[in-house]
Design a protein around this ligand. Structure first.
Ligand code: ATP
Ligand code: MG
Length: 306
């Protein structure tokens, strides 16, 4: 069983749609899927599943300690169930460190092949922590400058968040901070230069870094593509992550913009599975194919980030 997190910084890029679309495509492959709406303050994954306001939600886990497996709701999509988001949430992520541990421990015990976590917008450290906890880290963006800038900040912040415990473990927290603050003096122009410098100068760090990053990979999904040439953006983001951050990244694929998509969904009063013939679902399922390739080898070892 694997946990896939879907995040990416900017709001409205299509994270919830991609989450639900991946749910449909993975279920069509015969996998058992649980989708979790972890978007606090913007819960809407149930709408993508054509479900009315859910009676049970994630909020019960947070406030009353109800186990996650009791909060599963059947969806009209065969093979897909949902843990709905908390519609009463003020928007702040309520997961304390202890709750986060409990949350992931319970997620990993669910009867599913893939758990899809719709993380919502923003680069809050709690969002980043949930992102880093996943076995497959997926980011969704659109081919627009502002969205790409937001995405870059999201990936960079996640990477920093991942590095921070390594600095502590290697006992170089202060040193790393100093080097980063004076990076120009050291000729450091990218995160890649930074980690290389630390690996060369602090022996313990090099080994820790190598181990922690062994399975670290970001999968990029480009949504709302209006022109085939825009797919270049996906490759550009991949190169940017690799060149400046030293993070292995892959471009999982693009989804075309569909002007009528939302109307079609409402008209049908049905779940996404009924529009699976639509071309954007063809696109999403191609991405699901790419993401399930080599699924036996998760991108990271679970429980690493702690
Ligand atoms: N490929 C697409 N073609 C056309 N419209 C799309 C496409 N993908 C998403 N949309 C539309 O974009 C809007 C935002 O999508 P969605 O709710 O999935 O974004 P989100 O990233 O989850 O937003 P938030 O950050 O608010 O959670 C919706 O109205 C959705 O129907
Ligand atoms: Mg959303």
């Amino acid at each position: 069983m694997q946990i896939w997190a879907i995040g990416g910084g900017k709001g409205g890029t299509g994270k919830s749609f991609i989450t639900s679309g991946l749910g449909v495509c993975l279920a069509e492959k015969g996998l058992k899927v649980v989708m979790v709406d972890a978007d606090f303050g913007g819960a809407n994954l149930h709408t993508y599943c054509a479900l009315p306001k859910p009676a049970r939600s994630y909020g019960e886990f947070v406030r009353e300690g109800v186990p996650l497996n009791e909060l599963l709701i059947e969806t009209p999509i065969p093979g897909v169930s949902l843990i709905a988001g908390d519609l009463n949430s003020s928007g702040a992520n309520p997961l304390t460190y202890a709750l986060k541990i409990k949350f992931f421990r319970q997620l990993r015990k669910l009867d599913a092949n893939v758990v899809l976590l719709d993380l919502g917008a923003g680069s809050h450290h709690k969002t980043l922590d949930a992102f880093l906890e996943a076995d497959r880290m997926i980011v969704v963006t659109v081919p627009e400058r502002m969205a790409i800038e937001n995405l870059y900040v999201f990936i960079k912040s996640a990477f920093f968040r991942k590095l921070s415990p390594l600095f502590k473990k290697a006992g170089i927290h202060e040193e790393a901070r100093n080097v980063w603050m004076r990076r120009e003096d050291y000729g450091i122009r990218s995160m890649d230069d930074f980690t290389e410098y630390l690996s060369n100068h602090f022996s313990g760090f090099g080994q820790l870094f190598k181990e922690a990053m062994r399975y670290f990979r970001v999968h990029i999904v480009l949504n709302k593509v209006r022109d085939y040439r825009q797919t270049e953006t996906g490759f550009a983001i991949k190169s940017m992550a690799e060149k400046y951050l030293g993070i292995p990244a892959s471009f999982a694929g693009h989804v075309r913009y569909d002007r009528d998509f939302w109307d079609r969904l409402l008209q049908d009063k049905a779940s996404l599975s009924r529009v699976s013939a639509a071309r954007i679902m063809v696109d999403v399922c191609r991405i699901a194919d790419a993401l399930t390739e080599g699924m036996e080898e998760p991108d990271k070892l679970s429980g690493e980030t702690g």
